[in-house]
Write a protein that binds this ligand. Structure first.
Ligand code: XMP
Length: 486
């Protein structure tokens, strides 16, 4: 048994000491960073793979702002693949394989498909896969009641304005404008459908100049996986659907089964970017780095909804965990980023996590109150809230068991629930509006933080940072005090 000589520190235990700065304007700094050695982000922020934080809608919003979202894994493989596909289709100048329906399908089927995939139109393909028409939400809305089939309502191919393959965004915009269209099918030299361009897609790059995109212009997205046998199949399906990064995420990532899984995924998918975690020690980070991780996710118990430290007695205060993990990665001889996961309450915490050596921060609860997180707001005493829950909470465990029972058509019993030992809680957080507004404040804080640290970039902050440990009085002095907040 040993007791480490140094205290473990977390964000509130320290401040960064200001330095002489060459930065004359907050706009002069660069907030870009790396999620993995090949995935660059304009802002160093990742939304957490929690079922109350990241599904497609959040991932789309995060990528548009220059960060990235990780789709949680507490759903079937098919559902998770669908979430990834939604993000990959959300942007990009042209959708290469637009959702299709048979011309003799019912309008109800078309309506259901548009609802399920959240799209405003479907291409009609006949039995030979020939493109025969286009049906939009508006067509269905305006159709007289007596009409029942897609081919009675769709615009047939002969009447559609189309573009040739290779059309540029500017040309597509001109055609869409000239004919006042919302959708433009693209036809290749052989007369086959090559894709679909929408007015929205042509306009989006202008409104999101720093969006996180892949080489084909599609938004980037990550997806979480676990370590069971089924997760191998899950990993393959997610990569096939276009996931840019897999996050091998288990509560105690410094474990044989996590390292084995990582090595086997590296063998099966050598090109895949795999972030692995969670760890909180030098040895944990080193071993995951040696096993081939593309980034290390750090954090055992710092999260707002975590009770791991209370239930098990294990954990490392997050600032120390980040610093130790940086050393661990260095020991491995590899140069891969650290994702600081959990416990970020303010932009100041984010700056401290980055200054300690992280390349990105993963955020859960702070984003759970956003419009884009799954679930609807609830009203309590006239105020709007949203629910957040730890993925090891009782509620999440029951949700998973119910879903499994539904899928296997088996009954779950009260007895099963009694066996759950939760390591997280369920809670409510204030409704906070759109995630881009929170990100604006967070990134504004980071920009100022870089300037206080005399750094133009995050790597410069790593070099310049000097922390000072503070007392309880220092913590008190750091918050607003001796005034009544309005
Ligand atoms: P924040 O503080 O941003 O933290 O809400 C999000 C991170 O918390 C972790 N997480 C959990 N940890 N029990 C835990 O001990 C749980 O039930 C749980 N759920 C999430 C996770 O790493 C997440 O990214």
């Amino acid at each position: 048994m040993i007791i480490r000589p140094n205290k473990g520190l977390t964000f509130d235990d320290v401040l960064l000491t200001p330095r002489r700065s060459p930065v004359s304007s907050r706009n002069a700094v660069d907030t870009a960073s790396w999620l993995t050695p090949s995935i660059r982000l304009h802002i160093p922020v990742v939304s957490a793979n929690m079922d109350t934080v990241t599904e497609a809608r959040m991932a789309i919003a995060m990528a548009r702002e220059g960060g990235i979202g990780i789709i949680h894994r507490f759903m079937t493989v098919e559902q998770q693949v669908r979430q990834v596909s939604r993000v990959k289709r959300a942007e990009g100048f042209m959708v290469e394989r637009p959702y299709a329906i048979a011309p003799d399908a019912s309008l109800d089927a078309a309506r259901e498909m548009m609802r399920r995939y959240d799209v405003g139109g479907l291409v009609a393909l006949d039995a030979d896969d020939e493109f025969v028409g286009l049906i939009t939400r508006r067509d269905i809305l305006l159709a007289p009641d007596r009409l029942r089939l897609v081919n009675e309502v769709m615009t047939p191919r002969a009447k559609l304005v189309t573009a040739r393959a290779g059309v540029t965004p500017a040309e597509a915009q001109a055609i869409l404008y000239e004919h006042r269209l919302e959708k433009l099918p693209v036809i290749d030299a052989a007369g086959k459908l090559a894709g679909l361009i929408t007015a929205q897609d042509v306009m989006k790059p202008e409104s999101h100049p720093h969006a996180t995109k892949d080489e084909r212009g599609r938004l980037r997205v990550g997806a979480a996986i676990g370590v069971t046998a089924g997760d191998r199949e899950r990993a393959g399906a997610l990569l096939e659907a276009g996931a840019d990064v897999l996050v091998l995420d288990i509560a105690h990532g410094h474990a044989d089964h996590c390292i084995d899984m990582l090595q086997s995924l590296r063998r099966d998918y050598p090109q895949a970017q795999i972030v692995a975690g969670n760890v909180a020690t030098r040895a944990g980070a080193r071993e995951l780095a040696e096993a081939g991780a593309a980034a290390i996710k750090v954090g055992i118990g710092p999260g707002s909804i975590c009770t791991t430290r209370v239930v098990t007695g294990f954990g490392v205060p997050q600032l120390t965990a980040i610093m130790d993990s940086v050393d661990g990665v260095r020991d491995s001889g590899r140069d891969i980023p650290i994702v600081a996961d959990g416990g970020i309450k303010t932009s100041g915490d984010m700056v401290k996590a980055l200054a300690a050596g992280a390349s990105t921060v993963m955020i859960g609860s702070l984003f759970a109150g956003c419009e884009e997180s799954p679930g609807s707001p609830v009203i309590r005493d006239g105020q709007k809230f949203k629910v957040v829950r730890g993925m090891a909470s009782l509620g999440a465990a029951i949700g998973r068991r119910e879903a499994e029972a539904l899928e296997n058509e088996s009954a779950e019993s009260q007895e099963d629930w009694d066996k759950v030992v939760p390591e997280g809680v369920e809670a409510v957080v204030p409704y906070r509006g759109h995630v881009r507004e929170i990100l604006y404040q967070m990134v504004g804080g980071l920009r100022s933080g870089l300037s206080y640290g005399g750094a133009f970039t995050i790597p410069e902050l790593w070099e310049n940072a000097e922390f000072i440990e503070i007392t309880a009085a220092g913590v008190r002095e750091s918050r607003h005090h001796d005034v009544q907040k309005l």
